[in-house]
Unconditional design. Structure first.
Length: 718
């Protein structure tokens, strides 16, 4: 990530906080800003290498954002002071020369690394994000993926860290326009000067963004981390700092030194105490952001007890100078290295050389790519359109090959679909191979369906509906399938672990002319239990869903399932007890049961290992090494299913024997790849489960004495 306006973080001395304006237009390097940049990149890199040690290292990105806001705003204000306007094409061309050469080089090298070392099972995702990064919209792609069940368990790609660069580029596009809006307002009124009008405009955007960040982090934490509106205030605070008048004289030197130490302490505090459990950005981001602003405001006071001498050390300044390239290179190395060495976990023996290689590549890129392109006359001496044309050409070098790779994979998808249709009628295909009534001991399949390289894309079609079937906020959204006017009404409620049963359940609904309604939300259980703050939007969704279901005609059957780990981790953390969790489910079920509905809680599916899909995609001949012991796959207690077993009017449906043997959970069963990721079944396997879901559903309903057992003749056909 970058945050400067030229070859180094320089500003006009007249706007320096560390000295009064000299009688020249001299420019100098801000040592404290260089040090901030060095600290920011190091905490990010160390966080990615040793996340268990520096748990809050992600705040380094926020430090960068504040620096960018300060320096870019300062640069634009000086241009406005000189000419009364901003030459937008020149500004954007300078940004392109500064950012694109190194970023596109790293993307191109990363793509080559993916082709050589990364299994094809991940190519679709890797190249999709490479295109998004080259076009600087990666943050919006990750925001969409964070609430998209199809992408909920995507692996990290070599371009994932470009989300922050995308946010920064979007800032560069919009920020000068806001400053020009302030200039325009001042020019049309006599009551407000140019600088106050600019401050008013930037302040309004900053305050609005901060408020939105706090709200969005509470209601939609996954997407809030990436989207630009939740981050704009961090740039804005730096920009407002640039609007302050320069300090004159040394009267405030003691205050400035204290502010500098407090600022550095705030950044360190956030880096070592924050973690993935910290709601972020929201109000928590105020600590590193205000800390960064304090360091910039304090400048570099010349006293023995000031941090100036420490931040001015040559290694610190050098790291600050190459920080952009370090940020670019470190993440692809971290992501691709496990595929190169064949080990999922990197040891210190590997991590230390990766850190050294990051520094070497950063120096090389700064010396031979960044500086020559930025300051070379080939582009800087020409009109801005030449820079922009060169930028478009560089983007095309990344985008076009990535798109071709995607097209090639789509052709494989089409071929895979044709093979699947042919295999569907073969005896012992999929779940049938685990049917004790069939003799499948000699069944062999020459083709695995879906193709293991494409299994991550074999998710239920409900992931692709428009409008989406999943609630995107606290509001309730439903999708209807089957016969809408049927006298038998069935609902499926939960998160992605409920949604993965939709293909199997839809087959039953079509055979018996049911109506089938889906109520789904990412990571949310339908429960009254008080969960952690990260699930506030889930609580709102559950509350509203209770009201919706109370107003609806009662459902005959309400099926539900939930990712057991989510609630289990909260129990482990002491946020709620097992009893409270189970009572939360019973509490929302009881009104439905009182109205005649039967609740069916489907036990959560096996939890495989992170490397399961890679194992299947790279296995030669046998898939035995990809299996997981059954005890390990069901290690986490399913509290929702447990609640159903003790709640009158609710039943527990355990389909685990249709997925696993008595000893292991295989990754390939009956010629079918089971998993799109470690936690979700492929649509292909889910469809083969349909007759067995019908049979087992009839059985548990019959055993419970439920009236629903005779719905549409389930018992007789099951």
């Amino acid at each position: 990530m970058t945050s400067d306006t030229g070859s180094s973080p320089v500003i006009d001395a007249g706007r320096s906080w560390s000295a009064p304006m000299p009688d020249s237009r001299a420019r100098f390097i801000r040592p404290e800003i260089q040090a901030l940049r060095a600290a920011a990149v190091m905490v990010v890199v160390l966080f990615h290498l040793w996340p268990e040690v520096l748990t809050g290292g992600f705040v380094g990105v926020d430090v960068f954002f504040v620096i960018s806001g300060f320096l870019i705003t300062d640069h634009l204000l000086r241009e406005v002071d000189r000419s009364g306007r901003i030459a937008l094409p020149k500004f954007w061309a300078r940004r392109a020369r500064r950012l694109l050469p190194a970023s596109l080089l790293v993307l191109l090298v990363s793509a080559i690394g993916v082709l050589i070392w990364v299994p094809q099972v991940f190519w679709m995702q890797f190249f999709r994000e490479a295109v998004a990064s080259a076009l600087y919209v990666e943050n919006w792609v990750l925001a969409a993926d964070s609430v998209d069940y199809l992408a909920a368990n995507n692996v990290a790609t070599a371009a994932q860290h470009y989300w922050s660069l995308s946010v920064e580029e979007q800032f560069y596009l919009v920020w000068p326009l806001l400053i020009l809006a302030g200039v325009w307002i001042a020019a049309r009124t006599e009551r407000i000067g140019r600088r106050p009008a600019i401050v008013l405009m930037l302040g309004l955007v900053t305050a609005t963004s901060l408020a939105y960040s706090v709200i969005a982090t509470s209601t939609s934490p996954a997407s809030a981390y990436f989207v630009t509106p939740t981050r704009a205030w961090e740039f804005g605070l730096g920009g407002l700092l640039a609007c302050l008048p320069a300090l004159a004289g040394g009267g405030l030197v003691t205050i400035r030194i204290v502010a500098a130490w407090i600022g550095w302490a705030a950044i360190v505090f956030a880096s070592v105490t924050y973690s993935s459990a910290t709601p972020f950005p929201g109000s928590a981001a105020l600590v590193p952001v205000l800390g960064t602003a304090a360091v910039i405001w304090a400048g570099a006071p010349d006293r023995w007890w000031a941090p100036t001498r420490l931040v001015g050390l040559r290694p610190v300044q050098w790291i600050g100078d190459v920080s952009y390239s370090m940020y670019l290179w470190h993440w692809p190395l971290v992501v691709i290295a496990p595929y190169v060495i064949g080990q999922a976990q990197l040891s210190i023996v590997v991590k230390a050389p990766l850190l050294l290689l990051t520094i070497v590549l950063a120096w090389f890129t700064k010396r031979w790519v960044e500086d020559p392109v930025r300051s070379g006359r080939l582009l800087s001496a020409r009109k801005p359109r030449w820079t922009l044309l060169a930028a478009m050409g560089g983007m095309a070098l990344v985008v076009v090959p990535s798109l071709f790779a995607g097209v090639a994979l789509q052709e494989r998808v089409a071929q895979d679909d044709r093979e699947r249709v042919a295999l569907a009628s073969v005896p012992c295909f999929g779940a049938a191979s685990l049917d004790p009534a069939l003799d499948c001991s000699d069944a062999e399949f020459d083709v695995i369906s879906p193709d293991p390289a494409l299994a991550p894309q074999d998710s239920p079609g409900i992931y692709f509906t428009d409008p989406p079937c999943f609630a995107e906020d606290s509001g309730v959204r439903s999708c209807a399938f089957g016969q809408p006017d049927s006298t038998v009404r069935v609902a499926l409620i939960g998160d992605s672990h409920a949604a993965q049963w939709q293909p199997a359940l839809l087959g039953i609904a079509e055979r018996h002319d049911w109506s089938l309604d889906l109520y789904l939300k990412t990571n949310c259980a339908f429960t009254a239990a008080e969960r952690g703050v990260a699930y506030d939007s889930c609580a709102d969704w559950s509350d509203e869903l209770e009201s919706v279901l109370a107003d609806e005609e009662p459902y005959d059957l309400v099926l539900t399932s939930f990712f057991a780990d989510n609630l289990g981790l909260e129990v482990d953390a002491g946020i709620l007890s097992e009893e409270e969790a189970m009572e939360g489910f019973a509490q929302v079920w009881e009104p439905l049961i009182d109205r005649g509905s039967t609740i069916v809680a489907i036990t959560d599916t096996p939890h495989m290992r992170q490397e399961t899909t890679v194992c299947v995609a790279t296995a030669k001949g046998s898939f035995d090494s990809c299996a997981v012991p059954r005890d390990e796959a069901f290690e986490r207690k399913d509290l929702q299913a447990a609640a159903a077993a003790t709640t009158p009017g609710a039943v527990r449906l355990d389909m685990s024997d249709r997925i696993c043997t008595s000893m292991v959970c295989e990754a390939v069963v009956g010629g079918v790849a089971l998993y799109t990721d470690p936690y979700h079944l492929t649509e292909t396997y889910a469809r083969t489960l349909s007759p067995y879901l019908e049979r087992d559903l009839a059985s548990v309903l019959d055993e419970s004495g439920s009236d629903a057992a005779v719905v549409a003749g389930l018992t007789s056909t099951g």
